[in-house]
Design a protein around this ligand. Sequence first.
Ligand code: SAH
Ligand code: SF4
Length: 347
Amino acid sequence: MNTREDIIELLNLSSIQPLVDEAARVKGEYTSNKVFFRGLMEYSNICSKNCLYCGLGCGNSDVGRYTATHDEVMEAARIVLANNYASMVIQSGERSDRDFVKSITRLVGDIKEMSSGRIGITLSCGEQSRETYKEWFDAGAHRYLLRIESSNEELYYKIHPNNAAHSFKNRLDALYTLRGLNYQVGTGVMIGLPFQTVEILANDLMFFKNFDVDMVGIGPYIEHHNTPLYAYRNLIPSKEERLKMTLKMIAILRIMMKDINIAATTAMQTLDPNGREMALQAGANVVMPNLTPLKYREGYAIYDNKPSLNEDAEETKAKLEKKISDDGNVIGFGEWGDSIHFKRKQR
Ligand code: SAH
Ligand code: SF4
């Protein structure tokens, strides 16, 4: 099943159940069905880039821009501790000015200090210089998420402007830089993009395998009405097809890369209220409850209909935790939940 042809055949299957069953078996054997929570803080929607699919692109003048305060991020960190999640993701629009870089460095250091090192920190703040990545690593961040978005260069340039700020090569180089600095590296792609084919998706899976990633976040592409890619919405598969294809991708990936961390993404939940749970059943083992202050949620609309208000409030969280346990998972409370794959490589 490790050849490209095998993967294409599996992606073309009409029934997903056999794949999901096998992925569940592998997940049980290699990860003991442990599921980890990371509190997600959407720190700022200010972005210097203009990815053609994303509602936060600088070309969208309809969106009110915000940056959370230092105190608000620290408050989210306290919620992480109170819920015993032990891990946090700080995600943001991409900026590389010194003020931004410094604010992240300070947040990482302060979260580490406040929690006496108990909170593991994942960053997802786009492409940065080696110096910046190192500064953040030295401050205490140890995992980084940077999706390649598509491993197919031609498709990459159909969904990004073709200019220096959106260079496919730079994105790839950034992943290698992160790896060289000893971060646990996560990447991923969007599924159901216009112009995307099953062959391209199979190559994406091969890309994860060849890069030997530690973590993957794959989720459906969801249109945003105020982006250039919206003009091609008639070319994208239906919601049901995108959901199904994402589940197949997750299941195949779990079977291919048995001990990596795979996220059940919020975009899955946008396509189906149970989308995240379905992803967990298909092999995912990480969930990122949103801890962004409610007043900013609307501002972080990377796609249309992103779950926002009230999402992951106390009651919702309790329900989510119960559902996850009922499905046979064990929530790794109090653990960083590092990628077993990464640790195995270190040894
Ligand atoms: N600026 C950072 C992190 C924030 S965006 C970065 O780009 O890496 C985080 C992710 O949101 C992106 O990697 C992209 O895969 C996803 N995303 C953006 N627009 C989307 C859309 N319309 N549908 C689904 N996912 C989207
Ligand atoms: Fe900015 Fe990230 Fe959106 Fe691209 S995907 S426009 S870098 S927030």
